[in-house]
Design a protein around this ligand. Structure first.
Ligand SMILES: *Cc1c(COP(=O)(O)O)cnc(C)c1O
Length: 465
């Protein structure tokens, strides 16, 4: 055998799981904004419509996180040693070749997934939670407040706060609080206090309850409450688990590891897919690959997958909007359904957000990324197929990416193209069994907002020139 043949043979022998060693883990996060020619639009102060300054933002967020939020030019941020050591408890995460799924689909496509569910919080959110808790601790703060939708972010943050000895107050969207009592108990076990949102404990919560009596809540409402609780308490700051550019920065660890793992076996991805709620896992996964595309070094297709019930990219407007229902946060330019839009109670709680990361919004606007929306029954059909072939019980959010990856693989089957598909498997679904039960009983339905429903949300967008 000559060297070329050896190389080709090695190329074919991809292990079921590609692990990096600790030494191969990235030592710095990558900020894709540094390579974007058109930067994402700045956050605006809703009163003056001027870009938010460091001094304005530091009342809400930790200082170092504000610096990261406002930095459009630094490409790499070293991962602090304490954070890196924490990462070592559950990272690097495996990149898995989905041999069994490929076989079941009968596709020539090669499918890989980056699995982020290997930690107690069950999702990728711990990657940013530990960074945010670290900066809060370093600044000498007493604690942080936040919101949680499906509960994954609240769980991740309570783990991170327990590790650094910080107080953690979580406003949990009411329908999840009631549907997922065990998530709440995990958070309490890690020392967090959990309040169902909207609540009577904040001005914003009382206002929302007055306007929408009996509402099951939304991420937008819970954000307003958490911000108010942080700003009103000495030594507290607010932290957010998605949407913000700092969160995409921390989540770039997913993409950097994926890229290193693929390079280890000489694999070149063609299509990279992720589910999109606020955009953090997708942004983190695609960042280093998008960087190559932006610098003209390589080309990829990127696909954002969102629920048909909350279609911010595929049916939203690209406009300045509030990040929260209570309108206490800065304005962000993003694809949005309007901050007053309350999505129907679908089962992918982590994807029920009216807006989208400003970074991903700009990339999508420039045609550098595609987006599709999928309905929840077809998502759960994909989840079931994946569970039966690949063994992992996926989170409903992650299953949106599985659905799109399977659809791409079936397209390859029809065209006979052996493309390489990589998708983000963001988490496990053990706390989502009520949803699986509905699906198994044939009682799950699809909620798709009408154009008239969406028009109501657009009508209330703030007027910004
Ligand atoms: C929160 C969450 C998501 C969606 O959030 P992004 O910020 O868009 O990544 C996806 N999957 C899981 C498992 C989640 O917990």
């Amino acid at each position: 055998m000559n060297e070329e043949m050896l190389k080709n043979q090695a190329k074919e022998e991809i292990p079921y799981k590609i692990y990096l060693t600790e030494n191969e883990m990235p030592k710095a996060w990558y900020n894709v904004r540094a390579d974007m020619k058109t930067k994402p639009a700045p956050l605006l102060n809703p009163a003056t419509l001027k870009p938010m300054t460091f001094d304005e933002l530091r009342h809400v967020f930790c200082d170092e996180l504000v610096r990261q939020e406002l930095d459009d030019t630094t490409a790499f941020f070293p991962i602090p040693e304490e954070v890196f050591n924490f990462y070592k408890m559950y990272r690097p995460s495996p990149l898995v070749r989905a041999y069994f799924l490929e076989k079941a689909l009968g596709t020539p496509a090669k499918i890989y997934y980056k699995f982020e569910g290997n930690n107690t919080s069950g999702s990728h959110k711990l990657n940013s939670a530990i960074a945010q808790a670290y900066y809060a601790k370093k600044q000498g703060l007493k604690g942080v407040t936040t919101e949680t939708g499906a509960g994954q972010w609240g769980t991740a943050l309570s783990m991170a706060c327990a590790f650094f000895g910080l107080d953690c107050h979580v406003f949990m969207v009411k329908c999840s609080y009631e549907q997922k009592p065990f998530r709440r108990e995990v958070m309490r076990t890690y020392g967090a206090s959990v309040t169902p949102s909207p609540s009577e404990t904040t001005e914003a919560g009382r206002r929302i309850l007055a306007e929408f009596p009996g509402t099951s809540g939304s991420l937008g409402c819970a954000i307003s409450e958490a911000v108010e609780a942080a700003v009103g308490a000495e030594g507290y700051r607010y932290v957010l688990g998605s949407v913000l550019s700092q969160v995409l920065l921390h989540q770039s660890i997913i993409g950097l590891e994926t890229k290193a793992a693929l390079e280890k076996y000489n694999v070149k991805a063609d299509v990279i897919i992720g589910c999109a709620g606020g955009g953090s896992n997708l942004g983190g996964l695609i960042s280093p690959f998008m960087g190559e595309k932006l610098r003209g070094e390589a080309d990829y297709r990127f696909i954002a997958v969102e629920p048909a019930s909350c279609p911010s990219l595929t049916r939203g407007r690209y406009a300045y909007d509030f990040c929260d229902t209570g309108k206490v946060c800065p304005l962000s330019k993003m694809y949005t359904l309007g901050s007053s839009f309350i999505p129907s109670a679908n089962h992918a709680g982590g994807l029920r957000y009216h807006g989208m990361s400003s970074i991903l919004s700009e990339l999508y606007h420039e045609g550098l990324m595609e987006a599709v929306s999928v309905e929840q029954t077809e998502v759960f059909a994909a989840a079931r197929e994946f569970a039966r072939t690949e063994g992992i019980l996926p989170a409903p959010e992650s299953s949106h990416a599985i659905r799109a990856a399977m659809d791409e693989a079936l397209r390859c089957k029809a065209s006979g193209k052996a493309e390489t598909i990589v998708f983000g498997l963001t988490g496990t679904g053990y706390f989502d069994m009520t949803a699986y039960q509905k699906f198994n009983d044939g009682k799950m339905s699809d909620f798709i907002p009408t154009d008239a429903d969406l028009a109501e949300g657009f009508a209330k967008l703030p007027q910004v020139d």
